[in-house]
Design a protein around this ligand. Structure first.
Ligand code: GLY
Ligand code: MN
Ligand code: MN
Length: 517
């Protein structure tokens, strides 16, 4: 990381014996000697070429934002709704994580990538009873400001130029305003206009809302929590049915994730000779994610052999041996922030052994049964899981592994089969890998499948190496197959990851083809 040690040669001020001891907060300036003279400041602010007056193209998402704002505001007529992006988060000392906006903000602003820390969408009630989204953010500062060269967190010299209000208006079609006017905008008519905020995203914006509420005599703090959570819940639920732009971005995320899996396969020969072969796999996928997208939608699981039986294995520091399976759960988040969520379980040497194939086929059959159920009319979200579980329980019974009959295991008072698949079969997918997570149960598990819904089908079987309840040949084998599906307008379901091989023959042929290049 660049230090600003050499930014200038002259010392700022000599420490004299009379000065107060330097505060801890100021200590981080000790590594640098930035000039503070007026002459320097003036010089830094001068002689820069004019900025381009070209405005960016209108983004394809812009056409969908008015409808999203209207939908977001529907249950709250006449109310002002505040949706913060969130701010930069410290990783350690003075180093931040790369910024990624809260998904409710990304949905309503259409902004992706690293845009815009500290921004806020305000859904302003309109006279027609609907809502208009107004985007408040900190626009580009002038080059004559001290921030330009002196602020390593926000300054143009350090992190690049922020966009202007006009540029973001051109890109998103949203009305934009300087964040410095947010407080007044929130306080306007506060006695008459009710205020809600998505909680726990940005403490400083929440503090402003609290202050305005207090002054207007509205409920605040804990007393406003329930109504704020109703907004949070609604913004999660309006993302259950994706619009055409979202559906296409999700398909794109799956397409590029396939490229990532191909690079994983190409990395297998190097992974097998490496003391941390799982990291080789993780790195191969991560490189593609940054090259073609915003990055990973979630941390990659690269789990060889028995590690596959640790469901969230993300240490990825194990060896990868020929003869093992390696379970890889990985997804690329594209620039618009939509992510894929794909799992493939690959034989490292290109061929499944007999016991590996037996487990793999059972999981694949469960996945096909789940997809077939999703394709029937009047299917509820939870039915998809039940269809997969019926296959899993039947197969475990056939293998003599279940201590009870499959029927008994499938009953609510049994469930013994879940020892070998303790996770759910499906979750909604979108801006968050576990999308719409604040939706009510009746809108999620218990809801009928509807056009626009995008979700995963991801059955698995996990036989831990220390599981004495299964035959020796199964111990240490863990398999998950995870695909992403979308519900079409006619109610049929398309597996949008159809092109990523999944049958035993196709996976073996895929590995052979990629490795022969
Ligand atoms: N990758 C997280 C999940 O499959 O749910
Ligand atoms: Mn998943
Ligand atoms: Mn996954």
């Amino acid at each position: 990381m660049t230090s600003d040690e050499n930014a200038a040669a002259s010392p700022t001020a000599a420490t004299s014996a009379e000065e107060a001891p330097q505060s801890m907060a100021d200590r981080s300036n000790n590594r640098s000697r930035r000039p503070s003279s007026e002459a320097f400041r003036e010089f830094m602010g001068s002689n820069w070429a004019p900025r381009s007056s070209d405005l960016p193209d209108r983004s394809p998402v812009a056409d969908h934002l008015a409808a999203r704002a209207a939908k977001a505001g529907e249950p709250f007529p006449g109310e002002r709704l505040v949706v913060p992006a969130g701010g930069l988060k410290t990783r350690n000392n003075d180093t931040d994580y790369r910024f990624r906006a809260h998904s409710a903000f990304a949905h309503l602003s259409g902004l992706g990538g690293e845009k815009e820390p500290d921004a806020v969408i305000v859904l302003e009630p309109t006279s027609s009873g609907s809502h208009e989204a107004i985007l408040y953010f900190k626009p580009r500062s002038s080059r004559s400001s001290e921030e330009f060269y002196a602020d390593s967190r926000y300054g143009e010299f350090w992190v690049g130029a922020r966009p202007s209000l006009a540029e973001v208006e051109a890109e998103t079609g949203l009305r934009c305003a300087d964040i410095s006017s947010l407080r007044d905008a929130l306080a306007k008519d506060a006695g008459q206009v009710h205020l809600r905020i998505v909680p726990q995203v940005d403490a400083s914006v929440e503090a402003v809302v609290t202050e305005v509420r207090q002054q207007a005599g509205l409920p605040f703090g804990g007393d406003a929590r329930a109504e704020d959570e109703t907004l949070e819940e609604h913004l999660s639920e309006i993302r259950l049915n994706k619009d055409p732009y979202e559906l296409s971005e999700l398909r794109h995320a799956v397409e590029v994730t396939k490229v990532g899996f191909e690079d994983i396969i190409a990395s297998l020969p190097r992974a097998t000779g490496h003391p941390r072969g799982e990291r080789v796999i993780e790195g191969a996928f991560g490189a593609v994610a940054r090259e073609v997208g915003n990055g990973l939608g979630y941390d990659t699981i690269a789990a060889a052999g028995n590690h596959a039986n640790t469901l969230h294995w993300m240490d990825n520091d194990g060896e990868v041996h020929a003869g093992d399976l390696v379970l890889i759960d990985a997804g690329i988040e594209v620039d618009s922030l939509y992510t894929a969520d794909i799992t493939r379980t690959l034989p490292v040497n290109g061929h499944f052994s007999e016991p590996q194939a037996k487990v793999y086929q059972a999981v694949l059959d469960a996945a096909e049964a789940a997809l077939a159920r999703a394709n029937q009319s009047n299917t509820r979200f939870r039915d998809v899981h039940d269809a997969a579980m019926t296959v899993i329980a039947d197969r475990l019974e056939k293998w003599g592994v279940l201590p009870v009959s499959a029927a008994e295991s499938l009953s609510p008072s049994g469930q013994q089969h879940r020892r070998w698949m303790p996770h759910g079969t499906s979750h909604h997918l979108g801006l968050d890998v576990h999308d719409c997570a604040q939706a009510r149960r009746e809108m999620y598990q218990d809801a009928l499948l509807e056009p626009g819904m995008t979700f995963t089908i991801e059955p698995g079987l996990y036989f831990r190496a220390d599981d004495l309840s299964v035959p020796d040949e199964l111990r240490g084998i863990g398999v998950r197959i995870e695909d992403d599906v979308q519900v079409n307008e006619d109610g049929s379901v398309t597996r949008i990851s159809e092109d990523i091989p999944r049958t035993i023959a196709d996976v073996e042929a895929w590995i052979a083809a990629v490795c022969s290049h």
